[in-house]
Design a protein around this ligand. Structure first.
Ligand SMILES: *Cc1c(COP(=O)(O)O)cnc(C)c1O
Length: 407
């Protein structure tokens, strides 16, 4: 990026005091939730400034989740792609299989601080549900997970995992019977039971303070990666690549680098079967400004403002809206966005498995597909870090089915 084009960034001043990321974000919820959101924000701000809370969080991230995760040099993939060095940030090695546990631990500790003993959460692919069920078991909290009945069928193994860890999984039968409907149901539960219940939202989305709070619980990803690349290579990376569903693993990696003008950042959305209405989930390649489930942001919608159907082979990226902080940094030109199609993702999934001995989550394979393209476009002395947000064990059955269909 030429120096003149680099926007001035003050990452700690985002969001502003009203919970806005420029024109995005805000608090679009029923009045009955305003008191609970205000309480959450107050408790979060006091916890963030409390060294004892931070020490306890670090302790659980280390002992329960398995942090720090390695920064891994993907030597054979680097040679195959042919260009810049490719490193993986290994969030796939975390307990329960993805970065989601960083946020689940943080919010469970906040629930305890608020004296709330009942936890609810939404889940699509089931990864956030599994992370939430795990922390609830560990901290002795009651746990109810809302999940669309279509997703429950597609992700039966994760449903079993959650139940094994003591969670009650409630099937949602409305609408498309997937993630969006599960969030609606979780919000309805929260409105009804708000006094003793905390809602652990799973990404950098929703009403204030969720986008900022969830981001802060994932900042550890980039903080570690920065230290690791400096000690390994003696310099900062040239590019960071991460997949973007709501956007939590991506902003978690980017945050510590936002004020480093030499580091280019690219978020990769789900291109599905291509950029045609209803065939993808690339909000920046067809979305418009709107309000959905608590915040104002880029949303895939039809001309009447109804939420568009989405498609991706990876359930974790299959959502019509994107976190407000991403929309903000895209406007500034600080973060760029691309997409990977289902076909490119399947190829990257197999390539990473066979070349590195690492089976990536289908979500992470979006970042891999684009990361390989970027590496190829760069010289051999450049460095690209790809966020490996999760492992692919949950996806092997689905991939086997998709590959069999092609033969
Ligand atoms: C949930 C999930 C994602 C998408 O969520 P973000 O908030 O965009 O990070 C990506 N990768 C994996 C492995 C996930 O489980």
């Amino acid at each position: 990026m030429p120096a003149t084009a680099a926007p001035r960034i003050d990452r700690l001043s985002v969001p502003d005091a009203s919970g806005h990321f420029g024109p995005y974000g805000g608090t679009f919820v029923p009045e009955t939730l305003m008191a609970a959101l205000a309480e959450l924000e107050a408790v979060y701000r006091s916890a963030r400034a409390d060294p004892a809370f931070q020490a306890e969080l670090r302790h659980h991230l280390s002992e329960f989740a398995g942090r720090p995760t390695p920064l891994y040099f993907a030597e054979r993939l680097t040679r195959h792609c042919g260009g810049a060095k490719i490193y993986f940030k290994r969030e796939d090695l975390l307990h329960t299989g993805a970065h989601k546990i960083n946020n689940a631990i943080g919010q469970a500790l906040l629930a305890r601080r608020m004296g709330k003993k009942r936890i609810i959460a939404e889940t699509g692919a089931g990864q956030h549900g599994v992370a939430t069920a795990a922390v609830c078991a560990k901290f002795g909290l009651q746990c109810v997970i809302y999940m669309g009945s279509v997703d429950m069928e597609r992700q039966a193994l994760n449903v079993f995992r959650m139940r094994l860890m003591g969670a009650e999984v409630r099937a949602v039968e409305a609408g498309q019977r997937t993630l969006k409907e599960a969030i609606n149901e979780a919000m309805r539960d929260w409105v009804t039971n708000v006094r003793g219940t905390h809602y652990i939202l799973g990404t950098v989305y929703g009403a204030r303070p969720y986008p900022e709070m969830v981001r802060d619980f994932h900042r550890v990803i980039g903080a570690e990666a920065k230290e690791q690349i400096l000690s390994r290579e003696g310099r900062l990376p040239d590019e960071l690549v991460a997949c973007v569903g709501g956007g939590s693993n991506a902003i978690g990696l980017y945050f510590e680098f936002l004020e480093e003008p030499g580091v280019r950042m690219i978020g990769v959305e789900a291109g599905g079967r291509g950029i045609r209405r209803g065939e993808h989930a690339a909000r920046f390649a067809g979305g418009k400004l709107g309000v959905l489930q608590g915040c104002k942001t880029f949303i895939l919608q039809n001309p009447d403002g109804q939420i568009e159907l989405t498609h991706s082979l990876s359930a974790g990226l299959d959502y019509a809206a994107v976190g407000p902080e991403h929309a903000f940094y895209r406007d500034l030109g600080r973060i760029e966005y691309a997409f990977a199609t289902d076909d490119e993702v399947l190829e990257a999934f197999q390539l990473c498995s066979s070349m590195e001995g690492i089976i990536p989550a289908l979500e992470s394979a979006h970042a891999l597909a684009h990361g390989c393209k970027r590496a190829r476009a760069l010289a051999a002395d450049k460095i690209v870090i790809v966020n490996l947000s999760g492992r692919g064990d949950k996806d092997v059955q689905e991939v086997a089915r998709l590959l069999a269909k092609r033969e």
